[in-house]
Design a protein around this ligand. Structure first.
Ligand code: MG
Length: 154
């Protein structure tokens, strides 16, 4: 299941390094000394959690179904393809990841979701692909990893 998630993320254009860059973006003021390799290990640990894997698979599968015109429900397809801002279920799925890592993860997610740095910005610019769930999943993975780092540093 872990390998499947890593492959799904890569297939959709997201490598562990891209997520690590988001973590470094979140942590630059608090832990400027932290190295990318260290961050990647933390992200791998986050992705090893079963609940996180379920969120990744669910979100990316819905993105792919919408993109390939395979969703039977036209209303849902329209919402996902157009990334309708009032939908909100993409964020709710991401909270499922953040909730496992406490309030720091939720705060980090809110921040990164508003700023949309790096790969999250790139995902939002890919108009020919559907990344309605993926951008929030990446934000949540980065937020969760940043929270783990913050808690381990204390
Ligand atoms: Mg989204």
């Amino acid at each position: 299941m872990y390998d499947k998630c890593i492959n799904l993320l890569e297939e959709r254009g997201v490598g562990l390094v891209d997520i690590a860059q988001c973590v470094l973006y979140l942590q630059k003021q608090h832990h400027p000394e932290i190295e990318e390799a260290e961050v990647i290990e933390v992200i791998k640990n986050v992705i090893k959690k079963r609940e996180v894997q379920h969120a990744i698979i669910t979100g990316i599968t819905l993105d792919k179904l919408a993109e390939s015109n395979s969703l039977q429900d036209d209303v849902l397809r329209d919402i996902l393809i157009n990334d309708k801002s009032l939908y909100g279920i993409d964020e709710v799925l991401a909270y499922g990841i953040c909730n496992l890592y406490g309030s720091i993860a939720l705060t980090n997610f809110g921040y990164i979701d508003r700023e949309k740095p790096l790969i999250i910005k790139t995902l939002n610019e890919h108009s020919h692909m559907c990344h309605t769930f993926l951008d929030d999943i990446v934000g949540a993975l980065a937020a969760a990893a940043a929270s783990r780092i913050a808690h381990n540093a204390e």
